[in-house]
Ligand binder design. Structure first.
Ligand SMILES: NC(=O)CC[C@H](N)C(=O)O
Length: 332
């Protein structure tokens, strides 16, 4: 018989480690309560698909995830994946920012070995809690040779999503994770991942980013467009010393005539401006709703504002050149 793969579970908190007052409490529970050993004990079936070890890296609700947490996590993942006795990693995580951590690691993990991020929508104490099956599926996926070289994956609800395109689409339901338009990558059927597609964008071992020597990331924030838009938020970001702003514009990243001149001015002062969209689907197109060559802005392509923030931070660790940064947004 084949030897079982070695999978390390890095626990960070979230609802998967949450507890509610009663078995019918599915909203209004407390996230990030249960430790990694308890999570592992709750799913003895995992031992049939992998040798599992656990590490508690943080114990937080994922809305409180920071750049510093990401740097620490990426460094630990890279350390572990260098070990010949580690075949794959599972990260348990709150669902609110799972897609951001997944994309950050998709750009900063320097290995083709599987990295799977998993969470749950119901706390561990709920009837039909989704955490245990999600964790089992994640461990099976992390231990599978079929998962090698596919970038960081998010697995919930028997589905496999790619880090670049996945997003939380529903505040409450178990099937909240989708990759709208561009599609999920596959399913997990009775503990076996089955892949149907892959993103054409570069990831993990094939990226140009290296955070191993960084202890901080460039300051980048997101401003949100709407009717009656003003410059209060972007002025504050600039005053606070941000080096980049992602503007979640309306439609195809369109900018109100009350906003465009100020963004253009900030670009001249050296801030990097990425034009993205609040719509959630479709590309923000270069020289579409704005003359980006003239204003010297970058467009986010199909990245959501929250993922554009991540790529802009990493891009700014390498270059300040707009053309180069735009190339990165078409590469990752
Ligand atoms: N379903 C969840 O995991 C949400 C709980 C919490 N807000 C978090 O993201 O950690």
């Amino acid at each position: 018989a084949d030897k079982l793969p070695n999978v390390v579970i890095l626990a960070t908190g979230g609802t998967i480690a949450g507890t509610g007052a009663t078995s019918t409490t599915t909203v209004g529970y407390t996230a990030a309560k249960i430790g990694v050993e308890k999570l592992i004990e709750a799913v003895p079936e995992m031992k049939k698909v992998a040798n599992v070890k656990g590490e508690q890296v943080f114990q937080i609700a994922s809305e409180s995830m920071t750049n510093d947490h990401w740097l620490k996590l990426a460094k630990r993942v890279n350390e572990l994946l260098k070990q010949s006795d580690v075949d794959g990693i599972v990260i348990t995580h709150g669902t609110d920012t799972i897609e951001e951590t997944a994309y950050f690691l998709n750009l900063t993990v320097k290995s083709k070995k599987p990295v799977i991020i998993v969470g749950s929508m119901r706390p561990s104490t709920a009837i039909s809690a989704d955490g245990p099956i999600n964790l089992y599926n994640a461990v099976a996926t992390a231990g599978s040779k079929d998962s090698v070289g596919r970038g960081v994956l998010v697995t919930l609800n028997d589905e496999i999503q790619g880090a670049r395109d996945v997003t939380k689409t529903n505040t409450m339901t178990a099937n909240t994770f989708r990759s709208p338009e561009l599609g999920s990558l596959g399913y997990i059927v009775s503990g076996k991942p089955i892949f149907y597609r892959a993103s054409t964008r570069k990831n993990t071992a094939d990226t140009e980013f290296d955070v191993s020597k960084l202890d901080k990331l460039p300051a980048v924030d997101i401003a949100y467009g709407s009717a009656n838009a003003n410059t209060i938020a972007i002025d504050a970001f600039a005053a606070a010393g941000d080096v980049g702003i992602v503007y979640a514009g309306t439609g195809d990243g369109s900018l109100a005539n009350t906003v465009r001149p100020r963004l253009t001015e900030l670009r001249k002062q050296g801030l990097q401006i990425v034009r993205s969209s609040r719509v959630g689907n479709g590309p923000t197109i270069r020289n579409g709703e704005n003359n980006d060559d003239e204003t010297d802005f970058v467009v986010s392509d199909t990245l959501s504002p929250q993922k554009a923030r991540i790529l802009l931070m990493l891009a700014l660790t390498k270059t300040k050149d707009t053309k180069e940064i735009q190339r990165m947004f078409y590469t990752y």
